[in-house]
Design a protein around this ligand. Structure first.
Ligand code: NAD
Length: 361
């Protein structure tokens, strides 16, 4: 099998952690006999320096010619004085999402065995391990609905969802649940919002095509509470844009370090195909406070690469392999600084990448 990816390392720790994901990917290519052609391009602050804007046309072309985008992170103090729309995050990530119509955001909140101490929740609530996936609709709902305006002492936002918008995100969530624990909880506010009554109806209809996935529904206020009371009850959570924004941040906080959390933003899969074009990136930013020191945690970037194989190339077994390799390295007690406990020796970015790559073979 041959695949082509755009590699956009970006700024700060982006290039450092990307190097480790590429190292681990080389092992996967060998193991599964896949050839992945890498086309590297500038994005974010480095693209502003080299090309005058955060998302140059040449980078968009590189992405258009690829099956997936592996993204690092962008931004840093050097570019913070630019007008907001020209800054690395706003100037690169939002336009990329728009250009490729990336409507589904998938963020797993994972607590690996032995890392429950990194969570702000009590260890008995986290249990031995935790893995909850939040699937968020990214291009509709209250954030984008029209009319949207301010007029004197009045301001208006509108929540709108159409059937096709709900159906396509529901399919993504059901398919993700099918590859995991086969449980999907759809979040809404059907007791108050008409859009959310409709959301619940459509998700239920789509669910008939997935009899192997147990579907439940929960109001968003209850879900926010249940996530801290008993997060282990969840496998996959599906939410509209604003609810998903809030719940995915809450879920990632439960997991502890940002350096551990991958994410994916997906377009609609082509008719009859399993894989979808997508952008795969760590949930955290460019961490300027630790950039250049070789101490960043590469696990989020490595797991993001694993998600690329799962969701863009239709190979969930690769993600499971990568997840297992990470789990085994952590089980041996290896920690980067962000996940080590006081007094514990920590290892650097490259060493962590080496160990995960070794654990894969
Ligand atoms: P951040 O996620 O970069 O850092 C927050 C904290 O988490 C820092 O203490 C950092 O050291 C730590 N951290 C993050 N990733 C880590 C890793 N892999 N290993 C170890 N520690 C890690 O958030 P911030 O400080 O608010 O933002 C810094 C810059 O990143 C800003 O310019 C911001 O705009 C940008 N940013 C980019 C993205 C993106 O590219 N998707 C997302 C968020 C923030």
């Amino acid at each position: 099998m041959k695949k082509k990816i755009a590699v956009l390392p970006g700024d700060g720790i982006g290039p450092e952690v990307m190097a480790e994901a590429i190292k681990v990917m080389a092992k996967i290519e060998k193991k599964y006999d896949i050839q992945v052609e890498q086309n590297w391009a500038d994005v974010g602050g480095i693209a502003i320096d080299n090309h005058g804007n955060a998302l140059p046309d040449s980078t968009i072309t590189t992405c258009e010619n690829a099956d997936a985008i592996l993204f690092g992170s962008v931004g840093g103090p050097k570019w913070e004085k630019l007008p907001p729309e020209k800054q690395p995050e706003r100037g690169a990530l939002l336009p990329l999402r728009k250009h490729f119509n990336l409507f589904a955001n998938l963020r797993p909140a994972i607590v690996f065995r032995g890392l429950a101490g990194a969570s702000p929740l009590k260890p008995e609530i986290i249990g031995e391990e935790l893995d909850v996936l939040v699937v968020r609709e990214l291009t509709g709902g209250l954030y984008f609905g029209q009319p949207k305006y301010r007029e004197g002492d009045k301001a208006v936002d509108t929540m709108i969802y159409t059937r096709p918008e709900i159906e396509r995100i529901a399919h993504i969530a059901f398919q993700a649940a099918r590859q995991r624990g086969k449980k999907l909880c759809s979040i809404d506010k059907a007791n108050v919002l008409t859009t959310m009554v409709f959301w619940r109806e459509v998700v239920t209809e789509v669910g008939k095509q997935y009899p192997d996935v147990a579907l439940s529904h929960m109001y968003v206020d209850n879900a926010a509470m249940q996530l801290v009371r008993n997060p282990r009850q969840f496998d996959v959570l599906l939410a509209e844009n604003m609810f998903g924004d809030i719940l995915s941040d809450e879920a990632s906080m439960i997991a502890g370090s940002l350096g551990m959390l991958p994410s994916a933003s997906l377009a609609a899969p082509p008719q009859g195909k399993t894989g979808a074009f997508g952008l795969f990136e760590p949930s955290g930013g460019s961490a300027p406070d630790i950039a250049g020191q070789g101490i960043a945690n590469p696990i989020a970037q490595i797991l993001s690469m694993g998600m690329m194989f799962q969701y863009a190339f239709g190979m969930p077994q690769v993600y499971n392999d990568v997840h297992q390799a990470v789990a085994s390295v952590l089980a041996q007690g290896h920690r980067t600084r962000d996940i080590s406990t006081p007094g514990q020796t920590s290892i650097g970015t490259q060493k962590m990448g080496d160990l995960i790559a070794q654990a894969l073979s």
